[in-house]
Design a protein around this ligand. Structure first.
Ligand code: UDP
Length: 358
């Protein structure tokens, strides 16, 4: 299959601004290549693919970023800036896709979804977020009525956010397991990984570590400086150990030393890459029981699911984290979320999409 991917209209691949999509794209590309498919990626200038993805051709586009939907009101209209990066990526992607089988969109935006109605080329969408915008919901609903196969979701909980989706295609997510080394660090610190932004609920994780008299190690791109400093001020000095945004290789080395990862989203997380990355290193995860994390974590086997927003319940589970066998965490990822498993699901789905257009 010849596949053209476009992503992400925020930041560049490797900047961290695009969140989990950046890693998802990389593992998808490597999974597709290892299955023998041809892949071209259209991405913002300065983007880098993982070094194992040299076989994928990368095309660069320059332009203005989209505003992230996480930080707009649910009822905001779509805004497209002058010299739009998204529009530029679509133009280039559609041009290249004339000689390909499918254009695969990994961006949560109105324009590529609307274009599905107006092109002969199949445009397929991996929806990366739950319902964050009424205008996006409505365009998904409209296109879904005509091309129901063209949408895939990472988890059932995410798809449930879109009540008009009757039989969602669930593809999970995938991780290049060679990039994650198992570590048996049962006595390590507690960690937290993610974009530092209100929907990620970092304050709850700091609370838990602080109650235990521990520093919390925090990795990730600080998207909202004001939010980060507000949290810092509401806890004793030094309660957070800011570790910065690291490459996957550096991150997994550090993350693997933790005895547990705390995952505290306040929104309906579509999937939760960082959970699987921790599990791949043998690190059990304690998360709130909502969204994608509640489908990934096997309660009592690979971590624990605490009652949503109940910090004390999370604390309770952190205190018994040593009951989890770290090897089981790694095994779950190998059996359920490798890059190859993911790529196979995506290929099966894309075959269905393409068939409709023949
Ligand atoms: N991440 C990273 N380096 C860091 C911290 C985070 O590469 O120091 C990546 C991590 O690998 C994950 C992404 O940031 O892929 C966060 O994705 P997630 O699905 O957890 O949340 P999102 O940001 O998409 O809401």
């Amino acid at each position: 299959m010849r596949i053209v991917l476009i992503s992400t209209p925020i930041g560049f691949l490797g900047s961290g601004k695009g969140g989990g999509v950046e890693l998802t794209l990389n593992s998808l590309v490597s999974g597709l290549i290892s299955l023998g498919h041809s892949v071209e990626v259209v991405a913002p200038k300065n983007s880098k693919l993982h070094e194992s993805n040299v076989k994928a051709k990368l095309h660069f586009v320059e332009g203005e970023d989209q505003i992230s939907w996480q930080h707009q009101d649910f009822n905001s209209p779509v805004s497209i800036p002058d010299n739009s990066l998204l529009a530029g990526m679509l133009e280039k992607g559609l041009d290249i896709a004339k000689h390909a089988d499918v254009l695969l969109n990994l961006s949560y935006d109105w324009l590529p979804i609307w274009m599905t109605l107006n092109f002969e080329i199949p445009i397929a969408h991996i929806i990366s977020m739950g319902s964050e915008s009424s205008v996006i919901n409505n365009i998904i609903s409209k296109v879904y009525a005509i091309h129901p196969n063209n949408f895939a979701f990472h988890s059932k909980m995410q798809a449930n956010d879109y009540p008009f989706i009757k039989e969602p295609t669930i593809i999970g997510n995938g991780f290049n397991l060679d990039n994650y080394i198992f570590q048996d660090s049962v006595k390590g610190p507690l960690g937290w990984v993610g974009r530092v932004a209100p929907e990620k609920g970092l304050e709850d994780a700091v609370y838990v570590a602080n109650e235990l008299g521990e520093k919390l190690k925090v990795w990730g791109f600080i998207e909202d400086e004001e939010y980060a400093s507000k949290i810092e001020k509401s806890f004793p000095l030094g309660a957070i150990d800011w570790m910065g945004y690291l490459s996957t290789d550096e991150l997994q080395k550090e993350l693997g030393k933790c005895r547990g990862l705390l995952n505290t989203p306040k929104w309906n997380e579509a999937y939760g890459n960082v959970i699987v990355e921790a599990l791949a290193c043998g690190v059990p995860v304690i998360a709130y029981k909502r969204g994608g994390p509640s489908e990934i974590i096997q309660h009592g086997q690979t971590g624990y699911l605490a009652d949503p927003d109940d910090k004390k319940n999370m604390l309770f589970y952190v205190e018994i984290i040593e009951k989890i066998k770290r090897q089981k965490c790694r095994e779950w990822v190998e059996k359920n979320a490798s890059a190859d498993i993911f790529a196979n699901k995506v290929v099966n789905w894309l075959n269905k999409v393409i068939k409709e257009y023949k």
